[in-house]
Ligand binder design. Structure first.
Ligand code: ADP
Ligand code: MG
Length: 306
């Protein structure tokens, strides 16, 4: 979808060779701290700005503007006309993407209803909470039934309930075959929603691929509980093993768990419990992008004022 995108602003190299691929009907997250280059990358994908180098292909077109009517976009800077009613704002956004106003109002009502916001349809934007206005704007990006939606930090500014509802909405879009790309600095949203992610830090993408593959960059952790605290079987535990109470913690050996289990059983270690836990996306992010980039990220969704 994008190959080797580069963008400079005067002295700043905002994006330095970014590749992004999003399968149709999948959810892709652009994950990175503030200033990483997420917004600049999304703007290039959408054709709002042109890259200095690299090329794009959006829904099969080299110039994203050719397919503008098939794209929905929620920019990071939100804004609707404060005096407009919610339903008119949605219909207006649809009209900008080629949808007749009357049809936009009809679908807008459906969308508001699906989201549980039918009571807001006739209210002016200025009378809605910031979070509600943001949802109205987001529904406005969907009213013309785009094939690709691009949301820049869609979760920020929403309270926990609306963050949850937005996750459900994003999943339902993908279930209907819509390709979703969103940026976030909150790892949990990407971990729960995305099939693929691009980790972006300092304008570069140190990882792009499946969330699974990112997590597999770090070996799974084993927690073993034994009734015996010592014995020759201990030689079978990896060097990096830590002992906490009756538990042993160590990274899953590359040979897998079975040879180790055999040694423990033969050595009569007295296995009480054993669990293998895969790394979460946060730890993978730290390993891939480094501590400095991770320090600016949020692991679990923040509670933001709606
Ligand atoms: N229009 C612009 N003019 C100059 N610098 C910009 C502009 N847009 C972004 N930048 C710079 O490019 C870098 C990446 O910004 P951005 O893409 O907004 O990051 P993110 O969305 O990940 O926070 C930052 O250093 C930012 O200051
Ligand atoms: Mg941004």
């Amino acid at each position: 979808m994008a190959r080797g995108l580069v963008k400079r602003f005067d002295e700043t190299l905002a994006v330095d060779g970014v590749d992004i691929t999003a399968r149709r009907g999948s959810i892709t997250g652009i994950l990175g701290p503030n200033g990483a280059g997420k917004t600049t990358t999304l703007r290039m994908l959408l054709g709002i700005i042109d890259p200095d180098e690299g090329n794009r292909s959006v829904l099969g077109h080299a110039d994203p503007k050719d397919v503008a009517r098939l794209i929905g976009y929620l920019p990071e800077e939100r804004g609707l006309y404060p005096a407009m009613k919610a339903i008119e704002a949605i219909a207006f956004m649809g009209a900008l993407r080629g949808l007749p106003l009357a049809e936009g109002r009809r679908r807008g009502r459906e969308l508001l209803e699906q989201y549980g916001l039918e009571h807001a349809a006739e209210r002016q934007i200025r009378k809605l909470s910031k979070g509600m206005a943001q949802i109205v704007q987001l529904l406005g990006t969907l009213v013309h039934e785009p094939q690709l939606v691009v949301f820049d930090e869609p979760f920020s500014g929403l309270d926990a309930i609306n963050q949850g509802k937005l996750e459900v909405l994003i999943r339902s879009l993908a279930d209907r075959g819509v390709t979703v790309i969103f940026s976030t600095h909150v790892i949990a949203h990407a971990e729960r929603l995305c099939e693929s992610i691009a980790i972006i830090a300092g304008g570069k993408v140190p990882f792009a691929g499946r969330v699974d593959e990112a997590r597999d960059r770090i070996p799974a952790q084993v927690r073993l509980e034994t009734s015996d605290s010592d014995g020759p079987w201990r030689a079978a535990l990896p060097e990096a093993t830590r002992r906490v109470g009756q538990f042993w913690y160590f990274p899953l050996p590359e040979t897998g768990i079975e040879p180790l289990l055999r040694a423990l059983i033969d050595g009569e270690a007295g296995i009480q419990s054993l669990s293998i836990e895969r790394a979460g996306l946060h730890d993978a992010f730290v390993a891939i992008a480094g501590e400095a980039a991770a320090a600016d990220m949020v692991t679990t969704p923040e509670r933001e004022d709606a």
